[in-house]
Design a protein around this ligand. Structure first.
Ligand SMILES: NC(=O)c1ccc[n+]([C@@H]2O[C@H](COP(=O)([O-])OP(=O)(O)OC[C@H]3O[C@@H](n4cnc5c(N)ncnc54)[C@H](OP(=O)(O)O)[C@@H]3O)[C@@H](O)[C@H]2O)c1
Length: 293
């Protein structure tokens, strides 16, 4: 097995790397960042795969700056849509499987029920639009052998994410205002990484010619950003008061969907992956962050 993981310096890429490092699987994996494979450059992508052939490509790289995407639509589209399309063509030509990560932001967040994989998509910002066109391009190029996993509110020990931002801000201020009317489910990147590794090992996944599928994955439980922030400070034993505000009181360049809770039955049934409760996983991440201090 030869497995490529893109986005090696991102949250998910690093989390997969940590899980496979020092295991018997480690030699199966190749991790690349933009230095080796620049997904904004069509020629660079084509050249890379002339010399490198894989059984599975796990695409963890993406343009993830949600607000900046509003003014960098061309670049976001190149990485989230055109590169995804090109990777799926390459995967097809190499008879490789493709695992691609997408987002809850393909939905408009107006539903009162958890989103299932067949619910109507309607992204309300540029990032969501480029991720959705990426999904569609993959489905078109690869009617079989691709797996698209939509996830939400990803955090980890690495890089920029809500947990790290809250911890940083709490050092600068005694009081914070955090949005309380946007609801979703956090995803600890290590849990998603574990789920992806379970899928890669799955007997059915390995069979060629399986119909391309979309799956939803996040931790279990539903919260607002405000509840998330309060729990982070509680676990870190930080005295920072958190006031609830509405999304309207906290305008951002990109609009965010109000409710993106996702139904995870399909992925848990298909692959028996674990979806730990959000508090349990937050605790794991906070413990690691404390140890690193
Ligand atoms: N973060 C979230 O809250 C969230 C929510 C829902 C879905 N997702 C999806 O989950 C996946 C993983 O997200 P993440 O949180 O791990 O993202 P991340 O930490 O922002 O990592 C994304 C990686 O993509 C790389 N990248 C960006 N432009 C590139 C280019 N032109 N060529 C090659 N690599 C490039 C970045 O490289 P550099 O390190 O060099 O910048 C970065 O390492 C993505 O598909 C994302 O859309 C994320």
């Amino acid at each position: 097995m030869k497995i490529l993981v893109t986005g090696k310096n991102g949250q998910l890429g690093k989390s997969i790397h940590k899980l496979v490092a020092n295991t018997e699987q480690t030699d199966d994996f190749v991790f690349v960042g933009r230095e080796e494979l620049d997904l904004s450059n069509e020629n660079n992508i084509a050249r890379y795969f002339e010399n490198n052939v894989f059984d599975t490509i796990i695409n963890c790289a993406a343009y993830t700056a949600v607000d900046k995407a509003e003014e960098e639509e061309v670049l976001a589209n190149k990485i989230n849509h055109l590169a995804a399309a090109q990777l799926s063509q390459i995967a097809k030509n190499q008879q490789a499987k493709l695992i691609h990560i997408s987002t809850d932001y393909v939905f408009d967040g107006e539903s009162d029920n958890p989103y299932t994989e067949t619910d109507v998509t309607n992204p309300i910002n540029v990032y969501g639009k480029t991720k959705l066109t990426g999904e569609k391009a993959i489905q078109e190029a690869m009617p079989t052998d691709a797996t698209i996993i939509r996830t939400s509110w990803v955090y980890s020990e690495y890089g920029n994410n809500f947990v790290n931002t809250m911890l940083r801000l709490s050092k600068e201020r005694d009081e914070l205002s955090v949005v309380s009317d946007q609801i979703g489910s956090p995803t600890y990147a290590t849990d998603l990484a574990n789920a992806i590794l379970d899928i890669v090992q799955n007997k059915t996944f390995k069979e060629a010619g399986q119909e391309t599928q979309i799956y939803h994955y996040s931790n279990a439980g539903e919260i607002s950003w405000h509840e998330f922030a309060k729990e982070i400070f509680k676990m870190a034993d930080i005295q920072c008061s958190v006031s609830p505000i509405t999304a309207e009181q906290y305008p951002t360049p990109a609009r965010r969907p109000m409710n993106t809770i996702m139904d995870k039955n399909k992925i848990t049934k298909a692959f028996s992956v674990d979806t730990p409760d959000w508090k349990e996983s937050l605790n794991t991440c906070m413990t690691i962050l404390k140890e690193q201090q």
